[in-house]
Design a protein. Structure first.
Lengths: 111, 111
DNA sequence: TACCAGTAGCTAGTGTCACCAAGTAGCTGG
DNA sequence: CCAGCTACTTGGTGACACTAGCTACTGGTA
């Protein structure tokens, strides 16, 4: 793994996070932990936070500051209407790519 | 489409090209045309050439200059042993990512 | 003859994104 | 009182696809 995953995550990590948020609201630390749990063991702390700020500035998520029992206040993100629309687009794009790749994998080659 | 695809292609386009070359040798112009045919309508000319140079410098492919009947000589690329190994790794990484995403898509969310 | 379209490849500069490294800040337990 | 967990932030780096050009060779056409 390593560099290969890193490059592939470009563009998809965003969708992954949005997909997580489509199920429930969550905050950065939580999302990072969840990703690590799912096998993305090398996800960098800072990466998730930077991504969250990005999608917030694009207006795909709503933010709410919630005090934590242990530590600084959490920034809880939830997907809004625009985010849902964007996620829809993401899945379409993903499907397109996944289809082509699956075809390549077991077709050996196109023609 | 557009930006979404562009970002997702980072890391995967390389694998796509290697997968194509695993089936048969090919040259840049041909690969670009094939990609366009497969629905990657917006693939930039230069992108493929840059990628080919990159994988050549990494020693994943062998190159052979072949004269063309119509136009400048072609640079025909073919996957070598190291390239095959790399492609293997690529598919593993891809599978990992695809599984996680598929899970997210129809699971709605993880927990 | 001059020009254009098709074939074939190259290059410099740009933007985006994940990474690394280091930091701030609040709380709890030894 | 400080080590360790929680929680978020920031500046700089590298990789990669894109844009927008360019060179060069062939055949057909105005």
């Amino acid at each position: 793994m390593g560099k290969l995953v890193t490059e592939m995550l470009k563009g998809t990590l965003e969708g992954i996070v949005l997909a997580i948020l489509s199920g429930r609201s969550a905050y950065g630390y939580e999302i990072t932990a969840w990703l690590r749990d799912q096998g993305f063991s090398e996800i960098a702390e800072g990466t998730v936070y930077a991504l969250l700020i990005r999608i917030e500035q694009r207006g795909l998520v709503d933010v709410q500051k919630v005090p934590s029992e242990k530590g600084p206040p959490r920034k809880v993100y939830s997907l809004n209407a625009q985010g849902r629309e964007y996620l829809e687009e993401f899945w379409k794009t993903w499907s397109f790519l996944a289809e082509r790749l699956e075809q390549l994998r077991d077709g050996g080659n196109g023609k």
